[in-house]
Write a protein that binds this ligand. Sequence first.
Ligand SMILES: NC(=O)c1ccc[n+]([C@@H]2O[C@H](COP(=O)([O-])OP(=O)(O)OC[C@H]3O[C@@H](n4cnc5c(N)ncnc54)[C@H](O)[C@@H]3O)[C@@H](O)[C@H]2O)c1
Length: 263
Amino acid sequence: MASDMFSLDGKVVTVVGAGAGIGEAVALAAAAQGAHVVCLDLNAGHAEATAARIVKDGGRSEAGTIDLGDETQIDGSFQRIADAHGRFDGLVCTPAINVRKPILKYSLAEFDKVVSLNLRGNFAALMAAGRLMTPQKSGSIVLFSSIRSIVTEPGQAVYSMTKAGILQLAKSAATEWAPMGVRVNAIGPGVTETPLTAPIKANADWYNAYAAKNPMNRWAQPSEMAGATVFLLSDAASYVTGTIIYVDGGWLAADGRFTPPGM
Ligand SMILES: NC(=O)c1ccc[n+]([C@@H]2O[C@H](COP(=O)([O-])OP(=O)(O)OC[C@H]3O[C@@H](n4cnc5c(N)ncnc54)[C@H](O)[C@@H]3O)[C@@H](O)[C@H]2O)c1
């Protein structure tokens, strides 16, 4: 029935990064759509708080700690979920960091830190999920890219590289795993109010400039990233793989120069 297309009833969805920001909002939304949500985060207390909110609202959830820098822990954690539930239907992976600096001021240690979480850590999570999903011949993985995969600005070189990399990773995994029934896609958020962007919000000029760049003239709330993510996890997206959905308030549609008089 069309009204059930977006349901996640009976699915076990693991959200890495569920302790804050977009991951937290996605975990709440996936549970509201009927999924059993496993909330994982480096910050165990925050993951537990998200799971507790889901349970308080009548949903099904559990929490655990995970460090995307530790592939043995990722493998063990995902395997335990699959063993406990007999399935591993969905993975949403949000963690990323940004060190905003001009290229000539970047150290290679900073480069390694950003690339290590944004690419290596997310790749390790994707691999661990793929190992469980391909034999079961089903599953949906949602990675987090950004408008920075397409457009960038001074100070965002390494972050933008990693977000373009996430897009190519989603496409590559989609092509490898489509024959095994596993879909892989990415979300490309626009500016969203989360702990990641708190330093921008603290600077009124910067915050307002980003709002004004956007045809909607505002930032997004984390909950506004959840609809597209739930869609990609659901059977409504059964023919959607290897793509990115930009949820950016029109950021990428507008060149941002000038609105002609009378328009
Ligand atoms: N917020 C934005 O404006 C925006 C814009 C474009 C893209 N994005 C992308 O969306 C995704 C989510 O962003 P956000 O703003 O919600 O981030 P956030 O920093 O607010 O939240 C990230 C979560 O990941 C967790 N985390 C950090 N390192 C971890 C690790 N090593 N292992 C496990 N968990 C770890 C943190 O504890 C936190 O709970 C990111 O990939 C980001 O690049 C965000």
